[in-house]
Design a protein around this ligand. Structure first.
Ligand code: ADP
Length: 167
């Protein structure tokens, strides 16, 4: 059985992440989306909230599971006996960073874990969780960036109403 892990902060999940998840779910027997818990960072959404938003977004994909993990993703892979990591690439700027992380993960897992990259669909190439958060913090309309459910959760976080901006 081909199982891949798609790790990330997903703070929050965007349509770009979702596009990668959908395409990967058709390529692997099972895909585990893992929310990385980093206690050094202060995310907008708690790990539980992020898991809940991802679950809602992928509810129609029967071979996608969600988990969260505090620690090195290669340790998670070892615990679960998974050998494929999935990452998304938006631009050449992602590539330099991702290449280094992929090589580190490969070396530190004693060549057990390989990383597979999917390139973004062009319509989502500009999307990132951080720009969605920043745009929303200024009450921007983020309805083209995230699912309706996620948009509602973000509007709630920033204490404003979607109706008020005509969304
Ligand atoms: P991290 O915080 O580890 O960078 P993110 O939650 O931002 O994780 O993203 C997880 C993965 O999804 C990364 O591989 C990232 O490059 C990819 N990704 C993020 N946004 C997009 C997008 N719009 N299109 C394709 N891949 C994306």
């Amino acid at each position: 059985m081909k199982i891949a892990v798609y790790p990330g902060s997903f703070d929050p999940i965007t349509l770009g992440h979702l596009d990668i998840i959908r395409r990967a779910s058709a390529m692997f027997d099972k895909l585990v989306v893992v929310v990385s818990v980093n206690t050094a960072k202060s995310p907008l959404f708690s790990a539980d909230e992020r898991v809940k938003m991802i679950k809602e977004a992928v509810k129609d994909l029967s071979n996608v599971e969600i988990d969260c993990y505090e620690g090195l993703i290669i340790d998670y892979c070892k615990e679960k006996n998974i050998k494929i990591l999935l990452r998304g690439l938006r631009a050449i700027t992602d590539f330099e960073y991702e290449l280094q992380i992929a090589q580190t993960n490969k070396a530190f897992s004693h060549n057990e874990v390989d990383t597979v990259f999917l390139t973004t669909s062009l319509e989502y190439a500009y999307l990132s969780s951080s720009t969605v958060r920043e745009f929303a913090s200024f009450h921007g309309d983020i309805s083209r960036c995230v699912t309706d459910y996620v948009a509602q959760k973000i509007y709630e976080k920033y204490g404003y109403d979607k109706q008020a901006i005509g969304g």
